[in-house]
Design a protein around this ligand. Structure first.
Ligand code: NAD
Length: 425
């Protein structure tokens, strides 16, 4: 496969043996022999012991590959680390439909993170707020002195905002330090700056600085993605209408919106984990953003274009990095970035948002037509077969029979397994 001819479309990828799948990825992403060895390796204990405390071992997750993605005109195959069946297949199917109309268009704002400094015990909050703002330039200079590397790369502290909040403890000030974190997730960078500013802020305001930490509601670091889904491929305009009816519930009801957004995060988290990023940070930002208007709602929006095709849009904060944290420490995270063929946090965020939209489209499409269980069942049946005690080829045989009989249940699986074994004897 030459570099100019690379496509992420592979029909029957799921039918290939694992070695053949690896071969495809190796060619697509120009992986070296050493890179290829990483697929079979585990995180070494010395690295693991450096990453967290009290290490006992490592914990593995399946790493799969979503194919068919076309994002901003570029072909992508997406590594996804997840324990949930059907997620990878659903993303690949959605991407296949999206590419009929040109794939996903995604864009990102500047990588601006917010650090919060909480200032308490103030006699006059308004005067203190004015004092802080008057010293903005000095405060930004002190913040930037903490991270020369970041500043040299064109990032660093950009702005300072002051909010006055009322609370049962009385009025307090929250100073927001706005930092351009370039290609990092930015938590450590921002926290270091906030801690360095605290003594100066106390001096300027006459108050006491308590919390000094990043906000995970990264609403200045937003990513958007959009795609048109072909109505004919979906099964006609009545299916598009059914889809829109299903979507409507997520836009008006938090009970549905929570499940709807969980489906979005099925995709995003899997990519975030595979690239060594902080999934809790992305989750917290996404859900807080979903409630930004005072009521928790959908992170996606759907409508019809003039020709009756479905248009999907997603917008959410995406604090991801390709440098720092575990992104560089974990060999599989480095490998996954190579597979993605990305080198910037911006591009990773755009891929993440596109994947979230694909995942959400796939779930709603299934829910509005055949229901979600059909796709889930064949993989779920394999889990049930294993739980029932099936081994080797028995797993496939038993799972197929469970799906065929429409009874993917543990007690029935045990019963069937006994029968299968008796027959073999
Ligand atoms: P980091 O400190 O490891 O790396 C960032 C640093 O790398 C920058 O400060 C800069 O000096 C340097 N750098 C080199 N090249 C760069 C480039 N191209 N772009 C940007 N910086 C570059 O990591 P971080 O991103 O500041 O913090 C991420 C970690 O913090 C994650 O592991 C996360 O889990 C953790 N964390 C998160 C929270 C939270 O989300 N609330 C709180 C604390 C820590």
């Amino acid at each position: 496969m030459s570099t100019t001819e690379k496509t992420s479309v592979v029909s029957g990828f799921y039918k290939l043996p694992i070695e053949k799948r690896r071969e495809f990825v190796g060619q697509f992403a120009n992986l070296s022999e050493d890179d290829m060895k990483i697929f079979s390796s585990c995180l070494d204990l010395t690295t693991a012991d450096r990453m967290i405390e009290n290490v006992l071992g490592t914990f593995e997750l399946p790493l799969g590959l979503a194919v068919n993605f076309l994002i901003n005109g570029k072909e992508y195959i997406l590594p996804m680390a997840t324990e949930e069946s059907s997620v990878v297949a659903a993303a690949s199917n959605a991407a296949k439909i999206a590419r009929i109309k040109g794939g996903f268009s995604a864009s990102c704002s500047e990588p601006l993170m917010i650090g919060q400094l909480q200032v308490l015990h103030l006699n006059d909050v308004v005067t203190a707020a004015q004092q802080i703002l008057q010293h903005k330039e000095q405060l930004l200079t002190v913040a930037n002195a903490q991270d020369k590397i970041l500043v040299d790369l064109g990032g660093g502290a950009r702005d300072l905002e002051v909010r006055i909040l009322d609370s049962p403890l009385g009025h307090m000030i929250v100073t927001h330090l706005i930092v351009d974190v370039r290609d990092a997730m930015g938590a450590n960078a921002v926290n270091t700056m906030c801690e360095a500013l605290a003594p100066m802020l106390e001096e300027i305001s006459g108050g006491k600085v308590r919390l000094k930490i990043l906000s995970n509601l990264a609403d200045k670091r937003l990513v958007k993605a959009t795609a048109h889904f072909d109505k004919e491929k979906m099964g006609g305009e009545q299916v598009v209408d059914a889809f829109l009816e299903s979507y409507m519930l997520a836009s008006i009801d938090p009970y549905r919106a929570a499940t709807h957004n969980k489906g979005i995060m099925n995709g995003i988290d899997a990519l975030i984990i595979a690239t060594g990023n902080d999934s809790r940070a992305i989750e917290a930002g996404a859900h807080a953003y979903a409630a930004r208007n005072g009521r928790y709602s959908s992170l996606t929006r759907y409508y019809k274009d003039d020709d009756g095709n479905l248009v999907g849009e997603i917008e959410l904060p995406m604090a991801v990095g390709v440098i720092g944290g575990a992104a560089n420490m974990h060999p599989k995270a480095r490998l996954c970035r190579k597979i993605l063929r990305i080198s910037t946090a911006r591009e990773l965020a755009e891929v993440g948002a596109s994947l979230g939209l694909a995942q959400n489209f796939a779930a709603l499409f299934a829910l509005s037509t055949v229901g979600i269980q059909k796709g889930h069942m064949s993989l779920h049946a394999k889990n049930i077969a294993v739980m029932a005690g099936a081994q080797g080829t028995e797993i496939e045989t038993l799972a197929d029979q469970l799906v065929h009989d429409g009874k993917v249940k543990l007690d029935y699986a045990k019963e069937l397994l006994e029968k299968i074994r008796k027959k073999v004897k």
